[in-house]
Ligand binder design. Structure first.
Ligand SMILES: [Zn+2]
Length: 352
């Protein structure tokens, strides 16, 4: 039976309606040792000291493991076999992320990823029930319209796409589950300020699926949790290091890298679908502004900080995105319109 995913498995979903159950209880830090340092290391005169002995207290089981390693060939063969197996699994599942070309370890197949997201989809659909707007609602229609243009650009035509717009003007959030299940809270539509802004949000969220970030995050557990346990057992240190490693892996560099990758793939995707990639920069500016005003902090920002650096990086990708749009069937008209706008100094919110 596949593990059940909690909402936290999908980094963008934050809601009070679904409770999170995933906790690394195995790695809970121990209670701190409050014994004073001096009590553990009494000072003795040189004349009182016996023969010098190496102390391994700080390294816990490391000494025992080293002794077994030295005396038992079977232990060494076992460690070698396990290491070779892990290396083989790692090598076999080493792959390149589509579009960005980044290499990473991912042992979760798209089919498995999709199967695991199914229960998540059912849970969210049941939780929001009547708040889900009908497909005939103008908001649902607009989301579906933008989605239909993005799907061919994402190359995900084969998925069973479904759009659920949840009527909640306070919630500024959107996410896409593996398998093509799109959830958009109506609150984010106001900050999108039109189809181009919505394309930026959906492009980013779909990009996480294109890059199979859910599978990658789950795959990280295969080596991070055993690594953290091994470190804890070997050095007999508190679980804080394990927590620290897991924090780094899941919250900081990994997530930032994936977010930036989703920004890049999403930007190219929306441009290929003939949307204006400049809208992505403006969207994050509006998000940051709403956050600064505090009374309307977008929930999407909890996993997507609209930092200045993020906007700067997106701006650096704009020429490539514009090129992508020019190569699309829409390229001639939009390129001409852009030239015309810049020649006459009209901004997007101006005459055009
Ligand atoms: Zn994201």
């Amino acid at each position: 039976m596949p593990p059940q995913l909690s909402p936290s498995s999908f980094s963008h979903f934050r809601s009070s309606k679904i409770t999170t159950t995933a906790q690394f209880t195995l790695l809970r830090p121990r209670a701190p040792n409050h014994r004073p340092l001096l009590a553990r290391t009494p000072v003795r005169l040189a004349s009182q000291r016996g023969p010098r002995r190496t102390q391994y207290n700080r390294f816990g089981n490391a000494q025992t493991i080293y002794s077994v390693w030295k005396t038992s060939p079977n232990f060494r063969y076992g460690v070698g076999a396990v290491s070779l197996s892990i290396g083989g699994i790692y090598y076999y599942n080493f792959e390149q992320v589509p579009i960005s070309g980044r290499w990473r370890f991912n042992c979760i197949s798209p089919a498995r990823e999709e199967a695991m997201a199914k229960s998540q989809y059912q849970g969210i659909t049941q939780a929001y029930g009547r708040e889900i707007l009908p497909p005939s609602h103008p908001d649902s229609k607009m989301v579906n319209k933008v989605l239909q243009r993005l799907i061919p650009a994402a190359g995900l035509e084969g998925q069973n796409w479904e759009v659920k717009v949840i009527d909640d003007p306070e919630e500024m959030n959107a996410f896409v589950l593996p398998g093509g299940k799109v959830f958009v809270f109506s609150g984010i539509l106001s900050i999108c300020a039109g189809e181009d802004g919505l394309a930026a949000v959906l492009g980013h969220e779909i990009a996480h699926n294109v890059a199979h970030h859910t599978g990658e995050k789950l795959s990280q557990m295969f080596y991070l949790i055993p690594l953290a346990l091994l470190l804890t057992l070997t050095f007999d240190i508190s679980g804080q290091l394990s927590q620290f490693l897991l924090g780094i892996a899941f919250e900081r560099p990994g997530s930032r890298e994936m977010e930036s990758e989703a920004d890049y793939i999403g930007l190219l995707m929306m441009a290929k679908a003939c949307y204006d990639p400049n809208a992505a920069v403006r969207l994050w500016e509006r998000m940051a502004q709403a956050d600064a005003e505090q009374h309307t902090t977008p929930q999407l920002l909890s996993s997507h900080p609209a930092s200045k650096n993020r906007m700067t990086v997106i701006q650096e990708w704009l020429p490539e995105a514009q090129q992508k749009r020019a190569e699309s069937p829409c390229g001639d008209t939009t390129g001409y319109m852009d030239d015309f706008r810049s020649a006459f100094g009209h901004g997007d919110d101006g005459f055009w």
